[in-house]
Structures are given as C-alpha cells and as structure tokens.
Design a protein around this ligand. Structure first.
Ligand SMILES: Cc1cc2nc3c(=O)[nH]c(=O)nc-3n(C[C@H](O)[C@H](O)[C@H](O)COP(=O)(O)O)c2cc1C
Length: 216
C-alpha cells in the first residue's frame, strides 16, 4: 500500500475481531513509529504494548467506562434524569466499544520527561507534538498491514492514575494516548452524519500568505 493510500484509508476503528496480531507486524509499527522526529531529538516518549489478557481487559474496561463519562458530558439530554442519562451513556459506550475487550493488543503512547530543563518554554508542548508524530506513524503502518487503530485521549482523561496503576507507570510519566490494535470488523467508510456536517474541506483550511485568504 502506498503512503497516500494508507493516509486516506486510516480511519478510527472501534469494532475489532479477536484475530491475533503477529509480533513482527507489531514490532514494525513500534519501530517505524519511533522513527518520527522529536523536539531537540529528545525522544521524550515511549510506547507500551499491552498483550497480557487480564491487563488488556482492565484497560478495555477503563476505556469503556471513560467513554461513558465522555458521552454523558458531551451529549446532554434534556428529558432524562441524571441516572437515566448515565445509564444511556453506559449503554452507548458499551455499544461502541464492547469489542475492545477481545482486541489482541493495546499500545499506549507515553510522555517520558527527558531533556528539557523545567524552565524551558514549551518543552511539554514539543514533547506532545513529537509523540503525536510517532503515534501517527504507528497508525499508518498499522493501516498498511490491514490493522485498525483509534487515537484515544478523551476516554482515559478521568482515569490516568488508575491507568498508571494497572500498567505500573510512574507518576511523572503521562500515558497520553492509547489505541487498540487489531483487525477491524471493517474499516469505516464515510463519516458519521454529525461529523460530516462539521467537516471542512482542505481548501477551507489552507491560507495563502495572509490569514483568512483560504482557497475556498
Ligand atoms: C487527539 C485525538 C483524541 C481522540 N480521542 C478519542 C477518544 O478519546 N475516543 C475515541 O473513540 N476517539 C478519539 N479520537 C478519534 C477521533 O474521534 C477521530 O479520529 C475523528 O472522529 C476522525 O475520524 P477518522 O479518524 O476516522 O478520520 C481522537 C482523535 C484525536 C486526534
């Protein structure tokens, strides 16, 4: 698969089969992921691969519960009581992510403080941008191999300490992003209607020479 095709066809995958992923493919994702550029060459990052079945399940439950909190917050319902709304959000999260419980692996993108002195302005920002590059590399290599991924940050935000506890991550390391890795039931085609309504074309997002001078 050519790079452009992998970029076009990478999609947020939320329904997975339990088909195993071989070590070689995973290693290729990890290795090429970490060939990304990092601010100051600091490599203030790491990937954590989660394959142990009990640990995977604990991670999946944490993400599904975090998803329920996210949906409850982001999709308020006027006519439901708090309890009804929370129950709706739990069902919704379950519907979207139940297959995370049998996905063969998760990869966590870690921010590992390294290099920048505390007084250095923007050190955290640079590290976060660098990790994003590495994670995107990993997702594209996965897509090339027919594997699905989805960047998850919001659904783990409430439970970072619990995630650290499950994975033995020290307090100064931030598990900033996580993805399931597995073969998708199918790659989504098109965008969900709510996303489609808000979708901006590339021409609306490119400014030539002066801000606001877009191509649209
Ligand atoms: C920084 C970031 C955080 C995201 N967090 C979540 C998340 O917590 N849960 C989730 O299911 N998807 C999450 N996503 C996936 C986006 O919802 C998805 O990429 C977007 O809707 C576009 O769809 P596509 O990836 O198929 O193009 C996140 C994506 C990004 C880039």
């Amino acid at each position: 698969m050519e790079l452009a095709e992998a970029i076009r066809k990478r999609r947020a995958v939320r329904k997975y089969t339990d088909r195993p992923v071989d070590d070689e493919t995973l290693d290729r994702m990890l290795k090429l992921g970490l060939r990304a550029p990092s601010g100051g060459g600091q490599q203030a990052w790491g990937f954590m691969v989660v394959r142990d079945p009990a640990t995977r399940l604990a991670v999946a439950e944490l993400i599904i519960a975090g998803g329920a909190e996210y949906f409850a917050l982001m999709r308020p319902q006027k006519d439901a009581s708090d309890e009804e709304h929370a129950a709706w959000a739990r069902d919704y999260a379950e519907n979207v992510m139940a297959t995370y419980r049998h996905v063969p692996a998760f990869v966590v993108g870690l921010l590992v403080p390294r290099g920048y002195p505390e007084s250095f302005p923007g050190g955290y920002e640079d590290d976060l941008i660098s990790l994003s590059f590495a994670f995107q590399n990993l997702m594209l290599v996965a897509r090339e191999a027919g594997l699905g991924t989805v960047s998850i940050t919001a659904f783990i935000r409430w439970e970072k300490d619990r995630l650290r506890e499950i994975l033995g991550i020290p307090a100064d390391v931030d598990p900033a992003i996580i993805t399931p890795v597995g073969y998708p039931e199918e790659f989504p085609k098109g965008l969900a209607p709510a996303l489609q309504r808000n979708f901006r074309t590339w021409k609306a997002l490119v400014h030539d020479d002066s801000y606001g001078n877009t191509r649209e």
